[in-house]
Write a protein that binds this ligand. Structure first.
Ligand code: SF4
Length: 273
C-alpha cells in the first residue's frame, strides 16, 4: 500500500474496479477505473483520496463530500485534484451531515481528509449561509472531546471547532466577530480575567489550560492554537475597525505561527486601503 494513506480510491467501494467492496481488486486492473459517485476517471487509484472513502464514511453516504485529492510527490501531502461539484442536492447533503455532527467525535482513520472537517470546509467554500446556525453550535463543542473507548489516534474536536469558527466568519463576515473574539482567546491564560461570553466553552477550556500551562513556553502544549489560527484566517473576510483591532491583538499571540499569520493578514489589509 502506498504511504499516502490507505483511504485511497484503490480500496474504496465506490471504485468501479472493486465492484462495491471496500477492498482492492486482486488481479489485473481494468482498462478504466471510475468513481461511481463523482463520474470521475481515477488515473492513480492508490494515490487519490476523498472523504467518501469507507475509512471516513462507513454509512456509505453517496453525496460527494468535498474535493478529490491526489498525492503526487514526496512529502506525501494531498492537493486538490478535482473540486466538488456544486448542486442543491450536494449542499443539502452536506447540511444534513453538518446537522448530525456530535460533540464526541468518531475514532476515525487519521488523515488530512476526515469527514466532518471536509463537510465544514466544503460548506465554507460554498459560502452556504444555511450552515451558520449549526456552525455556531459546533463552535461550542468541547474541543477536547474524545471518542468513547480506545482513542489510538488521539482524536479530539480541536480542528472541527477551529474550522467551524473560520467557516462562520467566512460566511457571515463582521457579524461573527463576537465568535472570533472568543476563539482568539482560546487557551490563553488571560482568559482567567476575561469575561466568558462563549456560553461556557471558555470556562471548560480555561480549566484545562490552567492545568497544562506549567511550561507556558512549550508550544507543543498549546493545542488551542489551531482555533486561534483559524480565527485569524477568518478575519481575512472582515472589513470593520473592530476586525483590525482583533488582528492587532493577535499579532501578540504567544504562538509564533498565529502571530505571524495575524501580521500577514493585517499587512495585506493595510495595503488594500
Ligand atoms: S473519489 Fe472518493 S468516493 Fe470516489 S472512488 Fe475515490 S475515494 Fe472512493
Amino acid at each position: 500500500m502506498p504511504n499516502g494513506g490507505s483511504d485511497c480510491c484503490g480500496t474504496c467501494w465506490f471504485n468501479t474496479a472493486n465492484e462495491g467492496d471496500p477492498d482492492y481488486r486482486k488481479g489485473p486492473p481494468p482498462d478504466e477505473v471510475r468513481c461511481t459517485i463523482r463520474s470521475l476517471e481515477i488515473e492513480t487509484p492508490f494515490w487519490t483520496y476523498c472523504a467518501n472513502h469507507p475509512h471516513h464514511n462507513p454509512a456509505r453516504v453517496e453525496v460527494p463530500i468535498g474535493p478529490v485529492y491526489v498525492t503526487d510527490g514526496y512529502p506525501y501531502t494531498r492537493r486538490v485534484l478535482e473540486q466538488s461539484p456544486d448542486t442543491e442536492e450536494i449542499r443539502a447533503g452536506l447540511l444534513d451531515l453538518l446537522g448530525h455532527m456530535e460533540e464526541v467525535p468518531n475514532a476515525e482513520y487519521p488523515t488530512p481528509t476526515e469527514l466532518d472537517e471536509e463537510v465544514i470546509k466544503q460548506l465554507m467554500e460554498f459560502r452556504e449561509k444555511r450552515a451558520a446556525p449549526t456552525l455556531r453550535t459546533i463552535i461550542h463543542f468541547d474541543p477536547l472531546a474524545a471518542p468513547d473507548g480506545d482513542n489510538p489516534f488521539g482524536q479530539n474536536r480541536v480542528t472541527t471547532v477551529a474550522l467551524a469558527v473560520e467557516a462562520l466568519v467566512c460566511i457571515e463576515g463582521d457579524s461573527a466577530l463576537d465568535e472570533v473574539e472568543t476563539a482568539l482567546r482560546c487557551g490563553l491564560s488571560r482568559d482567567a480575567v476575561t469575561p466568558d461570553v462563549s456560553g461556557g466553552i471558555l470556562s471548560r477550556i480555561r480549566q484545562w489550560w490552567l492545568r497544562k500551562q506549567a511550561n507556558p513556553d512549550d508550544q507543543a502544549e498549546d493545542p488551542m492554537a489551531a482555533i486561534r489560527y483559524h480565527a485569524v484566517l477568518g478575519l481575512k473576510h472582515c472589513g470593520s475597525d473592530r476586525a483590525r483591532i482583533l488582528l492587532r491583538e493577535a499579532t501578540n499571540d504567544p504562538h509564533p505561527e498565529v502571530a505571524m499569520l495575524a501580521r500577514r493578514v493585517l499587512t495585506t489589509k493595510e495595503a488594500d486601503t
